[in-house]
Design a binder for this molecule. Structure first.
Ligand code: SF4
Ligand code: SF4
Length: 105
């Protein structure tokens, strides 16, 4: 902590401000999806919901997707694709997002 300047300490974001966060987003292919809801159980952020037998991301402001890829990896129908990565802004500098990889199972 002592390596941070006073100004840096004051401006460390708490990330409870949606302006400082850009959550991830995944897409669902409803032609493939069978509404099994496994993705909802697997999502560590609890950000997938089921509406009218279709999985969806929670609406903006409630979406807390960390772009982990668990839902895509576990979907038995290959119906999920990764769309927009999770980003922290303001304090952190983006170096390289790299290519999205499946998590190790
Ligand atoms: S795991 Fe795949 S098939 Fe099952 S509800 Fe989610 S998107 Fe649909
Ligand atoms: S990528 Fe991870 S956090 Fe985002 S919806 Fe899928 S399981 Fe949830």
């Amino acid at each position: 902590m002592s390596k941070l300047t006073l100004k840096e300490r004051i401006f460390i974001p708490t990330y409870d401000n949606i302006e400082e966060l850009s959550p991830g987003e995944v897409e669902f292919d409803y032609d493939k999806c069978n509404a099994c809801a496994i993705c909802i159980e697997a999502c560590p952020a609890g950000t997938i919901i089921m509406e009218d037998k279709k999985p969806k991301m929670k609406p903006p402001g409630e979406n807390e997707c960390i772009f982990c890829g668990d839902c895509m990896a576990i979907c038995p129908k290959d119906a999920i694709s990764m769309k927009t990565p999770y980003r922290c802004t303001l304090f952190f500098k983006t170096i390289d997002h790299g290519k999205v990889k499946l998590p190790r199972l």
